[in-house]
Design a protein around this ligand. Structure first.
Ligand code: ZN
Length: 194
């Protein structure tokens, strides 16, 4: 149980077993209603118990300051459904991660990926997500104006981004929006707008 192919094979096996268990009395018409009931039970009960992914034998560092510990983690509908001994649990995919660290996603508070994400080919933000960064903070160094942030945010929403993101609103960017690159003090009106 070391990769997603194994997970798929297990998934197939599970489905096969389910059918095998449920179809034993299908031949006779008088069993029609009981068979329907059995089929219903078979389709309703196991699904409710299943997880989408099981990460087995992970080393959990939960970010709270607590000591790391070895455990399994179940994921369902994109969320952590259970942490604990899940050696008996069923899922569509199994990954034995063999002591690798499981941790909440990291937040990168200063990076320059924002401009690259405009390119649809880079929108997954792969360079960050593959390092465990799930939230990226853009607009660093003070240069992003509100108009530019609105423009990029709109684009990101349209095409999707592989990480969570947020923007700093830069002092320099706001100043440039209101008074361009003029090397002077702002008027009272410009200052109020800023
Ligand atoms: Zn920088």
């Amino acid at each position: 149980m070391t990769n997603s192919n194994t997970g798929k094979i297990l998934q197939f096996k599970m489905k096969f077993l389910k059918l095998k268990n449920c179809n034993s009395s299908i031949n006779s018409a008088k069993y029609y209603i009981p068979v329907l009931a059995i089929l219903f039970l078979c389709s309703a009960s196991p699904e409710a118990q299943q997880y989408d992914i099981l990460l087995l034998n992970g080393m959990i560092v939960d970010g709270s300051g607590a000591k790391k510990y070895r455990s399994d983690v179940a994921v369902k509908n994109g969320k952590i459904a259970k942490i604990g001994n899940l050696s008996e649990a069923q899922a569509y995919e199994y990954l034995d991660i063999n002591g690798l660290v499981l941790a909440p996603g990291f937040i990168d508070t200063h990076n320059h990926a924002d401009e690259g994400l405009i390119d649809p080919e880079l929108k997954t933000n792969k360079g960050f997500i593959t390092q465990g960064v799930t939230t990226t903070v853009f607009g660093v160094d003070g240069f992003k104006s509100i108009s530019k942030i609105k423009e990029w945010h709109h684009l990101y929403q349209e095409q999707g981004v592989g990480t969570n993101y947020m923007f700093y609103i830069g002092h320099n960017g706001i100043r440039e929006d209101i008074m361009g690159m003029d090397a002077r003090s702002p008027t009272d009106r410009e200052l109020a707008r800023m």
